[in-house]
Design a protein around this ligand. Structure first.
Ligand code: ADP
Ligand code: MG
Length: 574
């Protein structure tokens, strides 16, 4: 259980402030962004390695920012990917002219947001590449290794990439090296007990007495298999054997070994386990290079551990062994590490300033309805926050309820503050939603609200047909960004039937309020119907079977929201 906090909502921000106060000799805040960078910021002519993801994984990701390792970390809320805007701002602040390498664990929300930031940076002429960490052998078969999640093996990839960047390698080479390291890094983890969000009394999942969850995720996703508890000796084999089965072709036996604690497992227990691993590693002919035992990538207060092997060649061994000096990871003689020019970090243009628009009185009136609708959606998701979290915890990470509430809270605030027509109000709401909610659904919801706003514009009074067309445009964008299809068990499985029905009703001559209400009922049924589906995409995919029988959280919240808007359009909600 997480015991130290004031308001759970402020957990990440207060944690970051304290971290910066404690480690200001290594890191500083990226101005205007939720992220940290090495003291002094970007270094001219050096590739910048930027990592990041949700918080709750310390020392990942802010704790490994420093000389010889990462240049910056983008910090999302607990277990929630950072927004596109935050990733963009951190990268922009760290542009030293030699390019940016983004490297982070392979999670849908992170990929969506970092990729969108990457597109923006490239449009501005900044060379930007991405290497996803996919070390978790439990999360997909070897022939689909690119679908695997990133867990503690993150550190191996970041360490070699950071060392390569610091010794002045080009972006092509830093990318190549990071990719090579990921291709030879494998991890398997086990959980003894789940983890608990600040402010919550129940863990995201629990492990039965006398059992362990094998193949856990680091966001409270339960393991892929429940096994009986066992001795340290047996546990050592259980973790090691599947990794040995995937020994890469050409590996000569040298390997970096990480035994990682997940947050609530004692170092003494880890050392004991490491002692039990040693003879097994020897028997397998492995020459261990600079092993690490301790907390490297955690999952709040989860009890458990993971074992990582990163198979080394000469190039990787040299980089793995190179000095590093960061708040949480230090190694070797660091005085030789390149020093950083002392410069005050410059504020980055956010690009969020919308162009001034001349809104018509009709559109301003529609904007009032939009504001009311956003408030109604906030109330609806807020009321169902726990239930949405529960649905998401079955096979995902349990953050869907808090994420949606956070998103709509920011969206309503931005909408209330915005001056303009329906289009501007929706666009501002979308930007704020995406920025504050984070995660997959935060990015997609933010984008769809923005797109809806662009379609409605600020001059016309939106007709029923305009709304139909705006809905279709928003759906197209969600499909394009998330690359999901109907049937993959996502929000699209509620949205698409909703939009089809809406168009049908309007074509048949229904007014907007009636058409929307009928379509909202369709969305409700469709969302319930997702219970039968297996997720094909997103964080729930590795545990697809567990998800059968439970409706998709994103489809459920979508139905909830269009239902709340139906009430507003019918004039039943103010
Ligand atoms: P995260 O998965 O990052 O934790 P949330 O829990 O807030 O984000 O949202 C999960 C929901 O997002 C899923 O239930 C699903 O409806 C939706 N989702 C996930 N991936 C996609 C995608 N690629 N396209 C559309 N919707 C998606
Ligand atoms: Mg989630």
């Amino acid at each position: 259980m997480t015991r130290v906090y004031n308001d759970p909502e402020d957990f990440k921000d207060e944690m970051t402030a304290g971290f910066l106060a404690a480690y200001g000799r290594y890191v500083e805040r990226v101005p205007g962004a939720s992220g940290v960078m090495r003291r002094g910021g970007a270094r001219e002519g050096k590739v910048s390695l930027i990592t990041g993801g949700g918080s709750g994984h310390y020392p990942a990701f802010c704790g490994i920012v420093g000389a010889g390792l990462a240049d910056g970390a983008v910090m999302g809320d607990i277990f929630t990917s950072p927004s596109t805007q935050q990733a963009y701002l951190v990268a922009k602040a760290l542009d030293g002219g030699a390019g940016i390498l983004f490297s982070y664990g392979n999670y849908a929300g992170d990929v969506l947001n970092f990729d969108a930031a990457q597109d923006r940076l490239r449009d501005e002429g900044i060379d930007c590449r991405t290497v996803l960490v996919t070390d978790d052998v439990a999360s997909a078969d070897e022939d689909e290794a690119h679908k695997r999640r990133g867990i503690a093996g993150d550190l191996c990839v970041f360490k070699v990439a950071g060392a390569a960047a610091d010794r002045g390698e080009s972006l092509d080479d830093v990318e190549r090296i990071a990719q090579k390291a990921n291709d030879v890094t494998r991890t398997l983890g086990v959980a003894f007990a789940g983890c608990t969000f600040p402010g919550q009394s129940e863990p995201l999942f629990s492990v039965d007495e006398g059992k362990m969850e094998l193949g856990l995720g680091i966001h409270g996703e339960p393991g892929v298999r429940t096994v009986d508890a066992m001795s340290a000796k047996d546990l050592a084999s259980l973790l090691l054997e599947p990794l040995l089965e995937e020994r890469p072709e050409g590996a000569d036996g040298r390997a970096a070994v990480l035994l990682n604690g997940l947050g609530a497992t004692k170092y003494e227990e880890l050392f004991l386990l490491y002692g039990n691993l040693m003879p097994l590693l020897e028997d397998a002919g492995i020459q261990v290079v600079m092993p690490e035992t301790g907390e490297l990538v955690t999952s709040l207060d989860m009890a458990g551990c993971s074992l990582t092997l990163c198979w080394l060649d000469d190039e990787l061994e040299e980089l793995w062994s190179a000095p590093a000096d960061t708040p949480a990871f230090r190694r070797g003689e660091t005085s030789a590490l390149p020093s950083f020019r002392e410069k005050g970090a410059a504020a980055v243009e956010t690009g969020a300033e919308a162009e001034a628009v001349e809104a018509s009185p009709e559109s301003r009136e529609a904007a009032e309805t939009v504001r009311t609708a956003l408030h109604a959606m906030l109330d609806a998701v807020n009321e169902q926050e726990d239930e949405l979290g529960r649905l998401d915890a079955v096979a995902g990470d349990g953050d869907h309820g808090v994420g949606m509430t956070r998103g709509f809270r920011a969206a309503t605030q931005a909408a209330d503050d915005a001056d303009g027509g329906a289009g501007t109000v929706l666009r501002r709401a979308g930007l704020a939603f995406g920025d504050k909610a984070g995660g997959t659904s935060g990015m997609l919801w933010g984008s769809l609200l923005e797109e809806f706003g662009k379609a409605l514009g600020d001059t016309e009074k939106p007709t029923a047909l305009d709304v139909v067309e705006a809905t279709d445009r928003a759906i197209e964008l969600v499909k394009q960004l998330g690359k999901a299809s109907v049937g993959d068990k996502t929000m699209l499985d509620a949205m698409v039937p909703f939009a089809d029905e809406l168009r049908q009703q309007v074509d048949d001559g229904a007014g907007l309020a009636d058409a929307w209400s009928t379509a909202a009922e369709t969305a409700d049924d469709a969302a319930e119907g997702t219970a039968e589906l297996e997720p094909k995409i997103g964080r729930a995919r590795p545990l697809a079977e567990r998800s059968v029988g439970t409706p998709d959280p994103g489809a459920t919240s979508m139905a909830l929201c269009v239902g709340a808007v139906a009430q507003v359009l019918r004039g039943e909600s103010t």
